[in-house]
Write a protein that binds this ligand. Sequence first.
Ligand SMILES: C[S@@+](CC[C@H](N)C(=O)[O-])C[C@H]1O[C@@H](n2cnc3c(N)ncnc32)[C@H](O)[C@@H]1O
Length: 215
Amino acid sequence: MFDDVAARYDRTNTVLSLRRDLRWRKHLTRALDLRPGELVLDLAAGTGASSEPFVRAGARVVPCDFSRGMLAAGRLSRPGLPFVAGDATRLPFATACFDAVTVSFGLRNVVDPDRALAELLRVTCHGGRMVVCEFSLPARSVLRGLYSNYLVRALPRVARRVATNPEAYVYLAESIRQWPDQAGLAERIRTAGWEDVSWKNLSGGIVALHRAVRP
Ligand SMILES: C[S@@+](CC[C@H](N)C(=O)[O-])C[C@H]1O[C@@H](n2cnc3c(N)ncnc32)[C@H](O)[C@@H]1O
């Protein structure tokens, strides 16, 4: 599915998020607390839009994704990034080799997210950090109602105008509605073996950043 949306992925994202994506990425970079030279895995990196802020923070980033289309679009638009093809549930990396790992707007799309969380734990060094940036549940009921309406009605219409494969965005909206809320995801992260799990809401909880540490 991501192969089909790759060509216009970056632009569609910015339009559909009403340009909020840039701010969410800034918060994510801050939450990762990267030091210059640290090695960070950006899992489900797609075209690498999520990886760029980490480079700007002085880290060495490895963007990894399993979609050939997304990787090809990324290599074209961001030739400086060392893209790696790999499946989140069987990462092609050695144990404990990253200082930090992160995944933005991708864990929800992995068929077995619990397996991916376990793999992320395996490749992170002891004391290393993980931040998951994912759509979540707005805290206030008014915003929840508006947002639910946006996902069901407005988003598919806008996607029809700007995306290469609008049906993919209908699926994305549905996957957001089925994803666990903040507390539910925190519990799954703990179950995968991570410690000190906490989260921070962005845009009223439309997006949440879950932070955790490898014991
Ligand atoms: C919505 S995109 C997010 C891309 C990027 N992180 C961003 O923030 O723009 C989700 C990505 O997850 C990738 N993905 C889904 N399942 C995966 C898996 N099992 N292994 C690796 N990547 C996966 C897709 O190929 C897609 O590029």
